[in-house]
Write a protein that binds this ligand. Structure first.
Ligand code: NI
Length: 217
C-alpha cells in the first residue's frame, strides 16, 4: 500500500497486519515490509500511552519521564536470534553518527528498548544487552501483564512460540521501530529496512541517519 494514501484511522490495523509478515524468527523477513510507511505517517495515529516499567538498573520508569525528549522506541527481546539485534545495531549506529554530527539535537533523543519477553528479560539481562548497543539506550521490562498492556497500547503484536522437545522458546513479534515526539506523540516508523543511498563505509547518510536528521528538531 502506498504510505501517503493510507487512512490514519486504519494505520494501527495495517501495522498489526504488516508485522505478521515480517515478524521476528520467521526467517529472511526483511526488506519486504510494505507497511513501512513514508516518514510522518504516524502523525495522529493512536499509538502509545502512559506506562510504568522497570529499567536495566531496576528503577521504575514512566513514559512521562521522557517528556521533552524524542523517543526512539524498539520492541523486542534479548534472546531474539536475528532481527532484533540487527535492527538495534542499525538504529544505534545511526544514532551514534547523529550524535557526532549534531550533539545538541541528539541529546534530545532517548533511545528505548522494551522487552516482549519479561520472563527471561530481567533488568540484569537487559542491562548487559542494551550496553552492547549504546550507552544511552534504556532497556525496559515489567510484569507479563505490564508488558501485555504496553504492547497493546503501542500496537505491537507478539506471542511465545514453544520449541519442540525443549523448554526453550522464541517470541514472534512485530517489527515496529517508532519515533515519538517530545510530547509522546507518534511521528513515524524508523526506516530500518531501508539501506539508504550512500555507502555506509564511506560515511554517507544511511536511511536511519537521514530520518533522524529530518525529524529531530
Ligand atoms: Ni526479534
Amino acid at each position: 500500500m502506498a504510505g501517503g494514501a493510507m487512512n490514519k484511522a486504519l494505520l494501527p490495523l495495517a501495522l498489526s497486519l504488516g508485522v505478521l509478515v515480517t515478524a521476528c524468527n520467521m526467517g529472511g523477513g526483511d526488506a519486504s515490509n510494505s507497511s513501512q510507511s513514508a516518514p510522518g505517517d504516524l502523525a495522529g495515529a493512536r499509538i502509545g500511552a502512559p506506562f510504568t516499567l522497570t529499567n536495566q538498573d531496576g528503577a521504575k520508569v514512566r513514559w512521562d519521564d521522557f517528556k521533552g525528549s524524542y523517543r526512539l522506541v524498539y520492541f523486542g527481546y534479548t534472546y531474539c536470534p536475528d532481527v532484533c539485534p540487527v535492527d538495534l545495531q542499525r538504529i544505534m549506529q545511526a544514532f551514534t553518527r547523529f550524535e557526532k554530527a549534531d550533539p545538541a539535537r541528539a541529546a534530545k533523543v532517548q533511545p528505548i528498548f522494551i522487552s516482549l519477553d519479561p520472563e527471561r528479560d530481567t533488568p540484569g539481562v537487559i542491562k548487559t544487552y542494551v550496553a552492547a548497543f549504546h550507552p544511552r539506550l534504556t532497556g525496559l521490562t515489567g510484569s507479563k501483564d505490564d508488558i501485555a498492556k504496553v504492547a497493546k497500547d503501542f500496537v505491537v503484536v507478539y506471542g511465545k512460540e514453544e520449541a519442540k522437545g525443549t523448554s526453550d522458546y522464541l517470541v514472534s513479534h512485530s517489527r515496529t521501530p517508532y519515533l515519538f515526539g517530545p510530547d509522546g506523540e507518534p511521528v513515524a516508523l524508523v526506516p530500518v529496512d531501508d539501506p539508504g543511498t550512500a555507502d555506509k563505509d564511506e560515511g554517507g547518510p544511511d536511511a536511519v541517519l537521514a530520518f533522524l536528521e529530518k525529524w529531530v528538531k
